[in-house]
Design a protein around this ligand. Sequence first.
Ligand code: XUL
Ligand code: CO
Length: 439
Amino acid sequence: MKEFFTSIPKVQYEGAASTNPFAFKHYNKDEVIAGKTMAEHTKFALSYWHTLCGEGADMFGVGTSNKSFGETDSMAIYKNKVYAAFELMDKLSIDYFCFHDRDIAPEGKTLAETNANLDEIVDLIEELMKKYNKKLLWGTANCFNNPRYMHGAATSCNADTFAYAAAQVKKALEITVRLGGKGYVFWGGREGYETLLNTNMGLELDNMARLMKLAVEYGRSIGFTGDFYIEPKPKEPTKHQYDFDVATVLGFLRKYGLDKDFKMNIEANHATLAGHTFQHELRVARENGVFGSIDANQGDLLLGWDTDQFPTNVYETTMCMYEVLKAGGFVNGGLNFDAKVRRGSFDYTDLAHAYIAGMDAFALGLKLADKIIKDGRIDAFTKERYKSFETGIGADIVAGKVSLKDLEAYALNLGDVTTNESSRQEYLEAVINSIMFQG
Ligand code: XUL
Ligand code: CO
């Protein structure tokens, strides 16, 4: 069989002291942490679009990395992408992958031809999934790239576009089910607006929910038992994306009765674009029972766009894994690297370095998050901070036993509040550092 990534060896765990650029320093897949192996905790996934399709083009220049894998005919290129994907997953011990329909097969002249292209490629994917023992984390439809989606997909002003998007979602769901995927993602590609001067926001939101309802009905009817996800993002490509952040999406899901079937796919760089930390978005999802899956990457806080960099910031990965552990771990979700190498990192070797760096950052984050939880000081401090709600008036408030009148009577009797305690933020930040850096 052809080998595409000849410069990349099978990557093994060698431990933190290793200087081998092709070795894991922290990701030791079978090592047990808090009752589960690292592989079970992390469920790393390869993002097909960046890894097999992204060539590094930006607004100012063409691609710097060729992803045609030695072929010129379109279907032959896409078949080689499949072989390349499984070779890389195998070399990096990545158990899952995710894709958009258009990442895996080219569009034909008609929708029927496009669907036939998909079927042909999915046959090959299915074969290699068995051969390499790999799984599909989630599937999705790319309803944003083609010019037909210039005004959005479900939120387009053009009903024909809505219908076309629905057809794409139907097929993408069928493929996801066929490949055993336990997730289906809606990232609102162009579901937003550029100006309110031409926008019927009410109809657009109703229509967005309509497509999701149709997807749930159809998905369940063909045996999809996994989670539907919304992946919040506040802007880009449109000025305002309707799925702004987890809190906004929650309001949307509850309004349209979609909250039983949908959870969140939280992306680190989307969180920061929304003016939140990654941990904030995970916490909001966890507290509301909609934590589902993660698109693991990091942005550059000095830039205002989605840079989708491979995650290396261990503070971020640690607090992410802290939230994941607190949420009880992934059920159907996992850690998908929706991340791309920089334009100047153009050769295949860079792909290996990038995935190794990201996987190690999360493995280290997992170990440190487990230590923070086992250490117990952070949790104990937070519990103690709210102790006034465990007895007396606080317990009555929590139990819903008191009215405003009762509380007024209590406050009048109190005179003033004289017992506040320090929040000890600086101490707690130092505790985190002392656990993370014990050397
Ligand atoms: C875009 C983005 C997407 C989704 C899948 O910002 O994150 O790649 O993850 O459509
Ligand atoms: Co994403």
